[in-house]
Design a protein around this ligand. Structure first.
Ligand SMILES: Nc1ncnc2c1ncn2[C@@H]1O[C@H](COP(=O)(O)OP(=O)(O)OP(=O)(O)O)[C@@H](O)[C@H]1O
Ligand SMILES: O=C(O)[C@@H](O)C(=O)CO
Length: 419
């Protein structure tokens, strides 16, 4: 029976969260979509949805179904995981899903904290920073699907919510667990059902985690999960685990499939170009999934190896993404590239590739669905927030689902030195 039941709004985000839990001593399994049968055995089960950019009512329905499955399996606490850059539109989906989960759990209050200092996300006076830049100047203002142009998360979340949104400010979080509990009670009694919580250090996240021990619902990025395993250990529910992230070994050729257009991913592709065979698909020149996939299949022949990856990317800088979107519409442009990369991943696996890094949350969703992956067991981290995972698909293979913005510049090369 899982102790912690988690609902993640995209696939890389789910892996990021599961990785945080493994690092802090819980075994974790990521289920792809709402599980139909019995849940896999683990201390934490993370249900990975692809609900970040779908209409709000669908995101709510899927999240409630996931919540019901987790509660039915015995989960003692629910965590709703969204992006550390709060990726969403004004119509949703973070606010509507959080409010619906609060109602389902008959709970009065939850915190909302996307901070993840190890990856440069900090929240101060309700404002989200990525490194030293405000969210709205971090590159996220150009995101293909969820451009983030307002760094004030109290305002952003309030636009998505029926109820008023509060703030647990830096001074309270800095004062620690007891002060946070008092402020949460005060906010809840004054009618706030959600409050953005400031956090700029891991110590703040640990204090928030401890203060939320009794909360039915917690919402945030993977950072907010850091303190939760300790709550379960303190309650005598979770044993000390030596290696929560042990995975079976896998042999086979290796590849990277990239659909993220983030600055980090573009930099990683730039470095990989000098060290590994790299194909950059041009969706603007050839806006046709069949033709692009055929180009990739022809290119990969004779290049696959267990010693170094091939890299196949559709990623492009903002002006080229904008040009394709102007031509096809935003959703159709995204769908075209996702379909292409899902086919590319399937072609790689057909040719014996068994270790694959996928860059981008939406891209990962498309690839994982195409490969027929039902669940992923979470292993050790390559870089903060990106672990290797093992799946039974294709007779047993490893996948690393990289959030667009995560990973050092040499991530695509380093990953295969680890697994
Ligand atoms: N050349 C391109 N032109 C237009 N859209 C593109 C292009 N390349 C990729 N895309 C689309 O951009 C979107 C990128 O989203 P994705 O979630 O995969 O990456 P990300 O947002 O950087 O990652 P994360 O969600 O993990 O932060 C996808 O829908 C992808 O299909
Ligand atoms: O929180 C993050 O930044 C990531 O886990 C993510 O959700 C990317 O899609």
């Amino acid at each position: 029976m899982p102790l912690l039941g988690c609902i993640a709004d995209d696939f890389t985000g789910a892996t990021d969260l599961a990785s945080m839990l493994v690092r802090n001593g819980m075994t974790a399994v990521q289920a792809i979509g709402v599980p139909e049968g019995p849940l896999p055995e683990a201390d934490a089960v993370v249900v990975a949805l692809k609900s970040r950019t779908i209409p709000a009512e669908e995101a709510v329905a899927q999240s409630l179904a996931a919540c019901d499955a987790l509660l039915a399996a015995g989960a003692k606490q629910i965590l709703f995981k969204y992006c550390s850059t709060f990726d969403s539109t004004d119509a949703g989906n973070i606010g509507p899903v959080a409010e619906a989960l609060l109602r389902r759990l008959q709970s009065g209050f939850a915190i909302a904290c996307p901070a993840f200092p190890a990856n440069g996300r900090s929240v101060f006076q309700g404002h989200l920073f990525v490194g030293a830049a405000l969210l709205s100047e971090s590159g996220m203002q150009d995101h293909p699907l969820t451009p983030m142009t307002d760094p004030n998360l109290v305002r952003v979340l309030a636009r998505q919510c029926q109820g008023a949104v509060g703030l647990i400010p830096f001074a309270v979080v800095e004062a620690g667990e007891a002060a946070i509990r008092r402020e949460a009670t005060r906010l809840s009694e004054s009618g706030r059902r959600l409050a953005i919580a400031d956090a700029v250090t891991d110590g703040h996240l640990m204090a928030l985690g401890a203060a939320c021990a009794g909360h039915a619902l917690i919402t945030g990025g993977s950072g907010i999960a850091m303190g939760l395993p300790e709550n379960f250990r303190r309650a005598g529910l979770l044993p000390e685990r030596e290696d929560a992230g042990a995975l079976p070994d896998v042999a086979g050729a290796c590849a990277v499939v990239a659909g993220s257009c983030s600055r980090a991913t573009l930099g990683q592709i730039g470095l990989a170009r000098d060290h590994a065979p790299t194909l950059e698909l041009d969706a603007l020149a050839t806006p046709d999934a069949d033709a692009l996939a055929a180009q990739a299949e022809a290119w990969m022949e004779g290049k696959l190896s267990a010693d170094r990856p091939v890299v196949i990317a559709a990623s492009a800088p903002p002006e080229r993404v904008a040009a394709l979107q102007a031509r096809l519409g935003r959703d159709a442009a995204g769908a075209l590239v996702e379909e292409t990369l899902a086919r590319v991943a399937a072609a790689l696996v057909e040719r014996g590739v068994r270790r694959v890094v996928v860059a981008g949350g939406e891209t990962s969703g498309a690839v994982v669905q195409r490969l027929g992956v039902r669940s992923l067991r979470i292993g050790g981290e390559i870089d903060p927030g990106v672990p290797w995972c093992w799946t039974e698909a294709a007779g047993g293979m490893r996948l690393a689902l990289k959030s667009g913005n995560f990973g050092a510049r040499d991530f695509f090369l380093k990953a295969f030195a680890h697994g």
